[in-house]
Design a protein around this ligand. Structure first.
Ligand code: ASP
Length: 241
């Protein structure tokens, strides 16, 4: 069987990972993803074709909302046949929310969608952005007999690949910023990229991708704690929830 070269689509939504510091003013500005391969030459060593698309105006992840989740889902839907894998670059602060939402919006997904971000801008000397970006693309391009190894939405950060809808951001200072507290890591990047095959999601290959875009935003998240008052709950439930 001849090996095919996977096509990977990189989707930049915003966040620190796509920023570079202006050497003169010190201000952060958006990185030019159109010249990605020339700016990060290591990417040329990867065994895949990389194309890029960016949000018209990149957004900080604190401004993320369901309409942008739909926008990401639509980009994936439009390119689903032509591409073998997707890497979504996203601000780290709300990345777990977006990645979790996408995991439910993309029903019968059978290709990798890897979310990643970084703690330091891509142009910084000590940046974690390059490793996160390079390995995420490598993970999305992993194939076995010309079929993707990963067939689910995941999140890659600081040498670990997690199931997206099990992750939470645990730290804003450390490079190790995410954890999956109730599901084992899907892969670990060390000297070798070790994939935890038994833990990967195995979708029904006969089903077609269904993209759910009709999202109900009248949802409240209520954390129960000892002493929570009826008054507080009444306030919440007196809204159109
Ligand atoms: N404030 C940024 C964001 O979440 C931080 C980051 O990218 O990590 O968009």
């Amino acid at each position: 069987m001849t090996k095919t070269i996977p096509n990977i689509l990189l989707i930049y939504t915003g966040g620190t990972i796509g920023m570079i510091k202006d050497p003169e003013t010190g201000a952060l500005r958006a990185f030019d993803f159109n010249n990605l391969l020339d700016r990060i030459r290591e990417l040329k060593l990867l065994d895949c074709n990389i194309s890029t698309t960016t949000f018209d105006s990149p957004i900080d992840s604190s401004n993320m909302e369901p309409k942008y989740w739909v926008a990401i889902a639509e980009i994936i839907e439009k390119n689903y046949t032509a591409c073998d894998g997707f890497v979504v670059l996203h601000g780290s602060d709300t990345m777990s929310y977006t990645a979790s939402a996408l995991s439910f919006m993309l029903e019968h997904l059978a290709k990798p969608v890897v979310f990643t971000g970084s703690q330091l801008p891509i142009g910084d000397l000590r940046t974690d952005a390059k490793e996160n970006l390079i390995t995420s693309i490598q993970v999305a391009a992993l194939q076995h007999y010309n079929k993707p190894v990963i067939k689910e939405v995941c999140l890659y950060f600081e040498y670990k690949l997690y199931r997206a809808n099990r992750t939470t951001k645990i730290n804003a200072e450390h490079f190790e910023a995410f954890a999956s507290l109730n599901y084992p890591d899907l892969a670990e990047s060390g000297v070798h990229l070790k994939v935890n095959n038994e833990r990967l999601f195995k979708p029904n290959a006969r089903k077609e991708l269904v993209v759910h875009k009709n999202l109900d935003e009248n949802i409240a998240l209520v954390k129960l704690f000892p002493g929570i008052s009826e008054r507080l709950l009444t306030c919440i439930f007196n809204t159109p929830i």
